[in-house]
Structure formats: structure tokens, C-alpha cells
Design a protein around this ligand. Structure first.
Ligand code: IVH
Length: 659
């Protein structure tokens, strides 16, 4: 019986460790994981005969993924034992006191991030590795170098310094990133730690750099040329070398002061700009640490006090279905208000309908609520045992709640969307994009003007732009007679834009101006698009499956067809008359543009090339036919010279265009 449960727990824990460490996709909360681990520890303590060396209790968690190079740690990076109550802290203090009389401690924030080991040689950052399995970690040097507060050079020139710390994502960045992901219909991160891990373990350091990660360093694992005798001194030393050290750490004379510190931060944790999941308590003097020694997994001179999970039960009263400004249709839970982690909560995003189904959340359920990243209210799960049978299943909507058009779901996405560009919920965003430089390029029609046009009811649909008068525009704030006249002129001019710009302006998901250009090389009239099948579109170079699917869905929406008819009626160009009259003289030729040309903008030059069947590329290779060079060229110029590629100035470029 007991052995069965032990094996079951081991299986479960291994599965969750794999989800957490290797996939960065935990299925359960840390608190739930701790409960499983504590149960296993308890059973193994009661039945030591069942302990096996491969039990999760016997080793440091984690596993290095094979995508990165391996770095062997000089000393194993240990983990910490957990304490869950003041009683556990007193037990810890008693054990320490057997070796050290009247021990003093340092209390530190337990930062909820990714453990990292960094090696500096002669003051320069050499390598950085994740913890991995504690013995071997992943080489994430290139990625760590993009973390802004990690110095590449220390303030002191030490022959060798190896440190350990935590890479974390500030709460504000976690919020921003998840909002961005949600707007794009992508899967969101469960918490800042996963977001940090996911951002750090990117094969492209550019992605890591685009996320505002930060570090706190809290330990020296190896040093040459310096003696350090206490934790306090260590933190001070780290700070002096220019490494980022957390400011909340505090020296405590005894365990009572530690308990007070923990109490203080249970309350203060929500005010911190990063997430903590507890307090790390470390014996201050270094010398006796060796004497205390370590278990297989953790040192005996430190302990992690884990905060109780902040979870509350409440009733899910209703589910609101909203359309966001980008057209995503998402469910929001309306709950009986509860006080949770510092604020009263009554609403929580349910993110998407897949998640609702996976978690089996039903209207009327009693639900368990927490805050992801300590800020975003989120339903963990329904309390299924307490159901009455009256609860209602939540189904995805058939139609957009704002405009009634079909709610569309693309195969590659989790989100349902409204595809109607004139949907009132999307209108402002649709207009901003429609008028933008890469689309219809209506000079003077920026977000501030659009905001007013929509708010004052002058524009209800995109095509209303083409019925605006100078008098109407003049009623807007900061819009004089002259600017109004100019704006009308820009609007008029935009009617003559080539078809690819109109296709871009429609804001079809996944279709940017580059794809729109490819499409209009094949289809010269917007009416052609109305009857296209996926298979037709897949024949167009650069058009992939999800793009093809997106185009078909867009033109199938009757509201979009009506909008196109009205744009036509307003006089907007919907076909490329003269496209066939330009002979494809540059077909098979690839151009690279660099520097500023005297007369042509880069867009104009690109357009000329593409209209003649040529290609524009952003990097120089052996396959490049010409490099067009203007003033202040970039490194592409040097590369072109190196590869012996023909170089053109504007005049010789125009000769080739006009030949
Ligand atoms: S000391 C041997 N200090 O918590 C010393 N760890 O549960 C080991 N952590 O793996 C670590 N903040 O990734 C230490 N101020 C802090 C910490 C901290 C977060 C993490 C660390 C460790 C885990 C242990």
C-alpha cells in the first residue's frame, strides 16, 4: 500500500519536474508540487527501507536540455530544504545550534526565477550556465550577456570569481509580455519564473534581449585572491564588484528576528517589483558551514522558508465574452469579490476557450483563485467536489459579441477572433493600421485624429474615411483649415495606391506588405481574392498554410466583402491596371539596398525592383546581383566589395531600372 503510494508520488513528481525544468510548462502550481514532495518525504522518513537512490527526494531537480552546450559546474549547485512554518525554522535553528553557538543569520529574498552560475576571469564574464541537474548545466553565456544588469566587466580585476544568482522577470515585464502574447493569440506564460526560463533558453539571444530580464547575485561559489568570512561580507563584496545584489537582505541576530523578517515580507511581498516565493535563511559565518555539511540535495546551513500559497475559493458567477482591440474574442470570469494577495478581485481573464475546457471550469462553480506572477488573477481549477449539478458548461461563441460576424479560429491559434475589419471593437486599431505608412500611407491620419473621428461618430466604418469633408475635419482639436485641407488631399491620394497596399491595409492576419506584394504579382484584382481556395494561394511563393487559411477566412466574411464593395464605390483603386505593362526585366535578380540615396527612398527603390520582377534582400550573399549604395552605407557595402558584387549608385540603379 505505502510502497504503491510512494511509487505513484515519484512518478507524478518526475512528470512535473520534466514539465517544469525541461518544457518550461508546469501543469501544477509550486505549492501543489511542494505538497506532493512533502508527502513523499514523510513516507520515506517513516519507511526508510523504501528509499532508492533515484527517488526525486535524493537528487537535485532539473535536467539540462540538449539544445545548448554543456557546462560542468566546479561544485554541484545545490538546492535548499524547505521550511513551511515558524516551527520548521526553530527546528532548523536547533540543528544549526548543535554546531554553532548562538548562530546569527542573513535573511534574503527568495527570488522566483532561474538559477544561474556565472564565471568571471580577470574581471571579464566568461561563461554562464543554468543549474541543469546541479552537476551539468546549459551554456547560456550568449543569452546572459543580453541581461542588462549583469556586468560584462567587474569593477575589480579578480583572477577568478564564480558566482551564483537568479535571473528573473520583473512583474511589469511579465504583464507586458503576456498581454502581447494574448494579443497575438499565443500561449501565455504561467508565471514570471517560466517566462524568465523560456526567455533565457532561447537559441536566438535576440529574443532574450527583447525581454527585460534582470539578475540578483547572492552567492560566491569560488574566488581567488580574497578571503570572505560571512554572508554579510559576501553580499557587500559582490555589490562592490558591480554585481546586482538585492537590497532587502538583512542581518539577523537570532532565529526570532528571522521569523519577524519572514512575517514582515509575507505582507510586503506584493509591493516588490519582482516575485518572491519565500525567504532564504543563511547562517552568517562561513567557517562553520563546512562542519554542518550537506545532504545529497541541500546544505544544512541554509533553509528556504516558503510562503503559504495565496489562494482563495470563490464563486464563478458569470462569464463575459469580450472582443479586444485586435479582434480576439476572450472569456472573462466574473466572480464573487474576494480579497487576494493585496487587492479585491472580482474578474479574471480565462484567456481562451481551450483552457476553459482543459480545466473544466463551469459557470456557477466554486473555483480556486490565485495571482499569476503575484499580479494577474487566475482561476487555478474548479472545486469539482462541491458541484451541485446546476453548473453550466462554457462554450466558445459562434459569433463576435460586438458585431455578430462569425467567430473564427485559425488552426494554428488558440484564440477565436472577429475577422470583420469594421467591427466596432476593432475599428480604431483597424483604422490606425489602414492609414499607416506601410499600408495606405495617409499622411496626417495618426492615432490622435482617428481617436477623435471615432469618438465623435464621424467614422463608423473604414470606408467612411473617404466621405470626410474639410469642414468635418476642421472641427477636430488642433486641426486648422490648412491641415484639414492637407489631410483631405492625403486621403484622396491614398485612393490611387497600388493593390498590394490595400491588401496590406485590410490587416488580414499574417499578411504583411511583403506577402501582399507577392500575392498581387499573381492576382491583380481584389475580386480575384473573393474566390480563391487555399490550394490556389499555396502556389504563390512565400505564402504558407496559415497565411492561405487566413486569407480565405477573411474574404469569406460577408461583412468584409461589403466593406470592399464600399471602398470600391468610394473610388479606392482595387486593381493593378498597369502591372502587366511593366516587363519583368529584373526577374531572377536580387538587390540589396544600403545607405541613403540622394532622391529615392528605400521603399520607392524596392517598389521599382519588385514591380519589375526582381527581389530585395536584406543581406548580401554570393547570390546577390547588385548592391545599391547611398550615403553612410552599412557593413553590407564592405561585404559586397569582399564578395566582388556589382555596386550601383542611384544613377546607375535608375539606368538598370529604365533599360
Ligand atoms: S541560496 C547552496 N539564495 O532557490 C545555496 N537561493 O530552492 C543555494 N533562490 O536553487 C541557493 N533566491 O535558485 C539562494 N537568495 C537566494 C535565492 C535562492 C532564490 C533559488 C535558487 C535555489 C532555490 C532553492
Amino acid at each position: 500500500m505505502v510502497l504503491e503510494r510512494i511509487n505513484e508520488l515519484r512518478e507524478l513528481i518526475r512528470k512535473h519536474e520534466y514539465q517544469y525544468y525541461v518544457l518550461d510548462e508546469p501543469l501544477i502550481s509550486d505549492a501543489e508540487y511542494d505538497v506532493l514532495m512533502q508527502e513523499l518525504i514523510k513516507l520515506e522518513n517513516e519507511h526508510p527501507e523504501f528509499i532508492t537512490p533515484d527517488s526525486p527526494t535524493q537528487r537535485v531537480g532539473g535536467k539540462a536540455s540538449e539544445r545548448f552546450g554543456a557546462i560542468v559546474h566546479r561544485y554541484p549547485l545545490l538546492s535548499l530544504d524547505n521550511a513551511f512554518s515558524p516551527g520548521d525554522l526553530l527546528d532548523f535553528d536547533r540543528r544549526v545550534s548543535r554546531v554553532v553557538s548562538q548562530p546569527s543569520y542573513v535573511a534574503e529574498m527568495k527570488i522566483d526565477g532561474v538559477s544561474i552560475a556565472i564565471v568571471y576571469e580577470n574581471g571579464l564574464l566568461r561563461t554562464a550556465a543554468t543549474r541543469g541537474d546541479g552537476l551539468v548545466g546549459e551554456d547560456v553565456t550568449a543569452n546572459i550577456k543580453t541581461v542588462k544588469n549583469v556586468p560584462l566587466k567587474l569593477q575589480r580585476n579578480l583572477p577568478r570569481l564564480e558566482v551564483r544568482g537568479e535571473i528573473y522577470m520583473p512583474k511589469s515585464e511579465f504583464l507586458r509580455l503576456n498581454q502581447e502574447k494574448e494579443e497575438r493569440g499565443e500561449k501565455i506564460f504561467a508565471n514570471p519564473r517560466n517566462a524568465a526560463a523560456g526567455s533565457l533558453r532561447q537559441l536566438d539571444p535576440g529574443i532574450t534581449a527583447s525581454r527585460a530580464l534582470a539578475a540578483f547575485i547572492y552567492d560566491i561559489t569560488y574566488i581567488e585572491g580574497e578571503e570572505i568570512s560571512s554572508q554579510q561580507e559576501m553580499l557587500e563584496f559582490l555589490r562592490e564588484t558591480g554585481l546586482p545584489v538585492n537590497n532587502e537582505a538583512r542581518f539577523c541576530n537570532d532565529i526570532e528576528q528571522i521569523i519577524d523578517y519572514c512575517d514582515e515580507y509575507v505582507k510586503k511581498r506584493h509591493e516588490l517589483p519582482y516575485e518572491i516565493d519565500g525567504v532564504v535563511v543563511k547562517l552568517n559565518p562561513i567557517a562553520p558551514r563546512a562542519q554542518l555539511g550537506q545532504t545529497a540535495k541541500s546544505p544544512r546551513w541554509a533553509v528556504a522558508y516558503k510562503f503559504p500559497p495565496e489562494e482563495k475559493e470563490t464563486r464563478l458567477l458569470d462569464v463575459e465574452i469580450n472582443v479586444g482591440r485586435t479582434g480576439i474574442i476572450a472569456p472573462t470570469a466574473i466572480m464573487e469579490p474576494v480579497f487576494l494577495a493585496g487587492t479585491t478581485v472580482s474578474r479574471a481573464s480565462l484567456h481562451n476557450f481551450d483552457l476553459v475546457r482543459e480545466k473544466d471550469i463551469r459557470k456557477g462553480d466554486l473555483v480556486l483563485l490565485h495571482k499569476a506572477g503575484d499580479i494577474i488573477p487566475e482561476i487555478i481549477k474548479p472545486i469539482a467536489e462541491k458541484r451541485t449539478g446546476e453548473e453550466e458548461i462554457i462554450n466558445p461563441p459562434q459569433n463576435c459579441p460586438a458585431c455578430g460576424s462569425e467567430a473564427v479560429r485559425l488552426d494554428s491559434e488558440v484564440a477565436y477572433r472577429c475577422e470583420n475589419i469594421n467591427c466596432p471593437a476593432r475599428l480604431k486599431e483597424s483604422l490606425i493600421f489602414f492609414a499607416s505608412r506601410e499600408a495606405m500611407d495617409i499622411d496626417g491620419m495618426g492615432p490622435a485624429v482617428i481617436e477623435q473621428l471615432v469618438e465623435r461618430g464621424l467614422v463608423h466604418e473604414i470606408d467612411d474615411l473617404y466621405t470626410l469633408s474639410v469642414e468635418q475635419l476642421q472641427t477636430l482639436e488642433r486641426m486648422g483649415a490648412k491641415s484639414a485641407a492637407n489631410l483631405i488631399e492625403s486621403i484622396e491620394r491614398s485612393k490611387k495606391q497600388p493593390l498590394y497596399r490595400l491588401i496590406t491595409a485590410l490587416g488580414i492576419r499574417y499578411i504583411g506588405s511583403k506577402t501582399a506584394r507577392s500575392l498581387t504579382q499573381y492576382y491583380h484584382d481584389i475580386d480575384d481574392f473573393l474566390n480563391l481556395q487555399r490550394e490556389d494561394l499555396l502556389r504563390v511563393p512565400d505564402v504558407g498554410l496559415r497565411m492561405a487559411e487566413s486569407i480565405v477566412r477573411f474574404f469569406a466574411e460577408p461583412r468584409n466583402q461589403e466593406t470592399i464593395e464600399r471602398l470600391k464605390a468610394a473610388g479606392v483603386n482595387t486593381r493593378d491596371e498597369d502591372l502587366n505593362t511593366i516587363p519583368p526585366t529584373l526577374s531572377g535578380k536580387t538587390f540589396v539596398l544600403t545607405g541613403t540615396l540622394p532622391n529615392l527612398t528605400r521603399d520607392e527603390a524596392s517598389e521599382m525592383i519588385i514591380a519589375r520582377g526582381g527581389k530585395v534582400s536584406s543581406s548580401v550573399s554570393k547570390k546577390t546581383s547588385y548592391v545599391v549604395v547611398g550615403e553612410d552605407p552599412g557593413s553590407k557595402y564592405g561585404r559586397a566589395v569582399q564578395l566582388g558584387i556589382e555596386i550601383l549608385d542611384e544613377a546607375s540603379f535608375l539606368q538598370i531600372i529604365n533599360q
